[in-house]
Design a protein around this ligand. Structure first.
Ligand code: ADP
Length: 525
């Protein structure tokens, strides 16, 4: 069935009946149009609010309320604001015309008007209004589709991450068991493939989280030079495999101890240096740092540059680089792989840090990717560089009785094996309710609590345990409950603490993080 064509609705306002009759007659010639009339300002406003008009023709000189006042009222009301108004006016001197536009009109027609002019102008504005309506509708639809896409991507990548973590965790455990050389090699292939897959998934998840405004930057004290040195040490291995030199230029005389998000800063630099390594066959890659601006002792803008001697990027390609999902050309995807999200994430993160990002490049000679970031300057005396506190490998000399609350069987196995390796004694509860029952019967030094679980989730279980402790009068010797989370969003941490949890660790476990949690709570015991 053909869709019924929408009629064009026009409101004509004039205190002279002859004018209204003439307008109705002329505009009646327009295809599919309906002309509604009003002979004073108040009636016009009431009718405009009650109906959706495509256009209003408004006389200026009317008793009680003149056309300017009517127009202002219409433009101040959200219901009528978008309807275009054309003035019909005998006062066509520049001052009055300016006044008409100032009041919000889109056009004016001088009185006495010719039939042709009235018809042409009205038809033009109706068409413009219809085009505008279609554009607004299309924009809204595109925005809704983009939102849906971001949410879908975030959900999907989260779903994929969980089993991926299971695979990588199991491989990690398997590597620690006795293996012959061939088996070890195969396991290493699974491990590195799993890790590249996880990087892609994390990129997608990260990108959709940033897009949806669901990322908060940390404010931690750290030393820029320490972070950069650590990154370079790690990437040296990757560059070395391709026979590339990796250099770093760090000026001595610039502030080093700052407050900001070292993890996100590292993420940008690792991305840029990894790209430089990926797209360079011979030569070297240089990371350099410069102070751009300093605002007394308060904050400073730093410029980071990553220069390579690689394939370079043609000028047409440079513009697209920082858009999501874009690569210089299709052959790049085939040859080098990648998602085309890395630089879009870097752009978002540098902007979140009050900076910008850009590239200078010459095909065949190399590229320089640069970005700026603003950091608060910290009190030098008070610095404890966070990442230096945790030594790369720590020895776990703390033994605790652990209650692991986790519903996913694979996660249970991986976590138990991991905790056993660290020399811990582990018991398992399959959901929050089971954990509550077990805690009532036996003392555990620490409870590692998954958050999302069937039957009773981690937050409810924690609240139930805390209430039970209160009833029992155990307020002095409360259990240590630590949330395990695969992917926390801003605000989650507050929810965990509010529910009565002491801390949280990431899932899958990171050795250092878990050991430092064990040490922290052993002391307080
Ligand atoms: P990808 O995951 O595809 O590498 P990025 O957003 O990090 O996504 O990069 C997008 C594209 O920019 C790459 O596919 C490549 O075409 C180009 N590119 C990035 N860095 C460099 C570089 N250092 N030299 C040449 N081309 C680069």
């Amino acid at each position: 069935m053909a869709e019924e064509k929408k009629k064009t609705r026009i409101l004509a306002v004039d205190d002279m009946k002859v004018n209204l009759d003439l307008i109705s007659q002329v505009l009646g010639q327009m295809e599919d149009s309906i002309v509604v009339t009003a002979s004073d300002g108040k009636t016009a406003i009431r009718k405009a609010k009650a109906n959706q008009f495509d256009l209003i023709l408004l006389d200026v000189m009317m008793p009680e309320m003149d056309g300017f006042a009517v127009c202002k009222t219409l433009k101040n009301d959200t219901m009528t604001r978008e309807v275009p108004v054309i003035f019909l006016t005998a006062l066509s001197d520049p001052q009055n015309i300016q006044k008409a536009f100032h009041a919000g009109a889109v056009d004016y027609i001088s009185k006495p008007f010719s039939r042709e002019e009235l018809l042409s102008r009205v038809s033009l504005h109706v068409r413009l209004k219809q085009n505008m309506d279609e554009l607004i509708k299309a924009k809204k639809e595109a925005e809704a589709a983009a939102d849906a896409k971001a949410i879908f991507l975030a959900n999907m990548s989260h779903e994929i991450r969980t089993p991926m973590n299971g695979i990588i965790g199991t491989v990690d455990i398997l590597k620690r068991t006795p293996l012959n050389e061939e088996q070890y090699e195969y396991i290493s292939i699974i491990e590195s493939s799993g890790e590249s897959l996880l990087t892609i998934i994390n990129d997608i998840l990260d990108y959709s989280k940033i897009e949806a405004g669901r990322v908060d930057l940390e404010h931690i004290r750290f030393s820029i030079s320490n972070e950069l040195t650590n990154i370079m040490r790690m990437l040296q291995v990757v560059a070395g495999k391709k026979g590339l030199k990796l250099e770093m230029n760090l000026p001595k005389d610039i502030p080093d101890k700052v407050i900001g998000d070292p993890v996100r800063l590292k993420q940008i630099i690792i991305n840029l240096v990894n790209n430089a390594i990926k797209f360079t066959e011979e030569g070297k890659i240089t990371l350099s740092l410069q102070l751009k601006e300093q605002n007394k002792l308060k904050d400073a803008l730093f410029l980071f540059r990553v220069t390579d001697t690689g394939i370079g990027i043609p000028e047409e390609g440079q513009k697209r680089l920082f858009q999501s999902f874009s690569q210089v050309d299709k052959s790049t995807t085939r040859k080098y792989g990648g998602t085309g999200l890395g630089l879009a994430i870097c752009k978002n993160l540098s902007e979140m840090m009050g900076g910008e990002i850009g590239v200078e490049s010459e095909p065949g000679r190399g590229s320089t990717f640069w970005f700026t970031a603003n950091f608060d300057l910290s009190d030098e005396a008070n610095v404890s560089a966070h990442s230096d506190d945790i030594k790369a490998k720590m020895h776990c000399d703390v033994v605790m009785s652990v209650l692991l609350v986790e519903d996913n069987v694979i996660n249970q196995k991986v976590a138990t094996a991991f905790l056993n390796f660290l020399g811990q004694k582990v018991e398992i509860a399959h959901n929050g309710l089971e954990a509550v029952e077990m805690v009532k019967k036996k003392h555990y030094d620490i409870i590692l609590m998954d958050v999302q679980m069937p039957v009773m989730d981690g937050l409810e279980a924690t609240e139930t345990i805390r209430r039970w402790e209160e009833r029992e009068g155990n307020n002095q010797d409360k259990l240590i409950i630590v949330a395990m989370t695969a992917n926390s969003l801003p605000g989650d941490r507050e929810n965990y603490l509010e529910a009565g949890m002491n801390d949280y660790v990431s899932k899958p476990f990171k050795e250092e993080e878990l050991i430092s949690v064990f040490k922290k709570y052993k002391k307080e015991h």
